[in-house]
Design a protein around this ligand. Structure first.
Ligand SMILES: *Cc1c(COP(=O)(O)O)cnc(C)c1O
Length: 371
């Protein structure tokens, strides 16, 4: 296997799921978001492992392909399709029993026809736009769509849901306005005698911060992978090994563009990881890695397949044989440097750091906490 790999701690995944389960009333279901290759952790493997864990009741994906991959991995639970799909994908929804979140009524007759043809019932979740102004039907049209679904015998209105725009922001105003709007839509539906199916709204942040958003089910993504509060444990640790150790003289210009100049005779090391692995080029001259738990700075530009780190200060404090350094694991993020730290450095969020880790990086699943 490559020196560069992403270790996936299953005990940490289970710890995080148990943490969420403990926040929920027993009747509330937990839907695990596994879109984006399970936030970079590996769609099939994470889903299979989570299915073996009694805390997960259903799954959420973004694309039809992800849904099919889950079925092919043996997942039998409900699979919600969060993002919009094409009309020509409707037969696949019926064939693989995926449950789309819908925001409009344009495809209702197509759903009905295909579901009837497949001799199945297609389950739909009506998504309400309560203030994020992205997907979702506006509150004014939601009851009409719900009513139309009810009149089609091959369709089942299986869920009513919404999504919060700012549940992880400090200011609660927008979330509270969305909660109020959602509750209003629910009362309108009740008044119109539309039987309310599974009601769901909360992502990880809302689940932790706004218990009134739990309803019948919560949709947990980033928290399951270890980010969004301190008690959660990062599941992914990105590691590599040194490919070359090289002393360079003072004044040497390092990597493309010569953006770093050795201020003294220096001991550099090359790691076989770069932006093609999803390690951001924005970390050029500002990243850090851990060698035996001690930080070493990244120097020069991140290239497609390699980065350079400066071991000078690290080596000055230790009497180690250079050859032995090739054996050492180097950690790029996961424990003391978290994906949150990296995200802060490059002005993004841990979601993007995790999902960026590319297919070239093998995922290694660890069953024991201290492997
Ligand atoms: C991704 C997603 C979630 C999960 O969000 P996290 O912040 O990762 O917990 C929930 N609901 C919808 C609609 C999503 O797209």
């Amino acid at each position: 296997m490559r020196a560069t790999r992403a270790e996936i701690s299953l005990p940490n995944l289970y710890h995080n799921l148990a943490h969420f389960r403990a926040c929920l009333q027993p009747r509330v279901r937990l839907c695990l978001a596994v879109k984006g290759n399970a936030y970079g952790h590996g769609l099939s493997e994470i889903s299979r492992r989570a299915a073996a864990d009694s805390h997960v009741d259903s799954y959420a994906v973004a694309t039809v392909e992800e849904g099919i991959a889950l079925r092919q991995a043996g997942i039998r639970q409900a699979i919600l399709l969060l993002s919009a799909h094409l009309k020509e994908e409707i037969p696949l929804l019926c064939q693989w029993e995926l449950e789309p979140l819908i925001s409009h009524s344009h495809y209702l007759s197509d759903y009905q026809r295909e579901a009837a043809r497949h001799k199945t019932t297609l389950r739909l979740h009506l998504k309400i736009d309560t203030g994020m102004s992205r997907a979702g039907a506006l509150p004014a049209v939601a009851p009409a769509i719900a009513g139309a679904i009810q009149r089609l015998d091959a369709l089942k209105l299986n869920g009513i849901c919404t999504h919060f725009a700012s549940a992880d922001e400090e200011n609660p105003d927008q979330t509270q306005a969305q909660i109020q709007c959602f509750n209003q839509v629910l009362s309108t539906l009740r008044e119109q005698n539309i039987p309310l199916p599974c009601i769901h709204a909360a992502n990880s942040a809302a689940t932790l911060r706004y218990p009134e958003t739990h309803f019948d089910m919560v949709r947990i993504g980033i928290g399951a992978y270890g980010y969004s509060c301190e008690t959660l444990r990062p599941v992914m640790t990105l590691k590599s090994k040194i490919g070359l150790i090289k002393p360079v003289p003072r004044g040497a210009k390092v990597s493309y563009g010569g953006t770093w100049t050795a201020p003294r005779d220096s001991l550099l090391a090359l790691l076989p990881i770069g932006y093609a692995d999803g390690y951001s080029r924005l970390l050029s001259n500002q990243g850090q890695v851990l060698l035996q738990g001690e930080p070493c700075p990244l120097v020069g530009r991140v290239s497609m397949d390699q980065i350079v780190i400066d071991l000078t200060a690290w080596a000055a404090k230790r009497a180690v044989q250079r050859e032995q350094l090739y054996e050492q694991d180097i950690e790029l993020f996961g424990s003391r440097i978290t994906a949150q730290d990296i995200a802060r450095q490059v002005h993004t969020i841990p979601y993007e750091i995790l999902t960026s880790i590319s297919a070239r990086v093998p995922r290694v699943y660890l069953d024991n906490a201290d492997e």
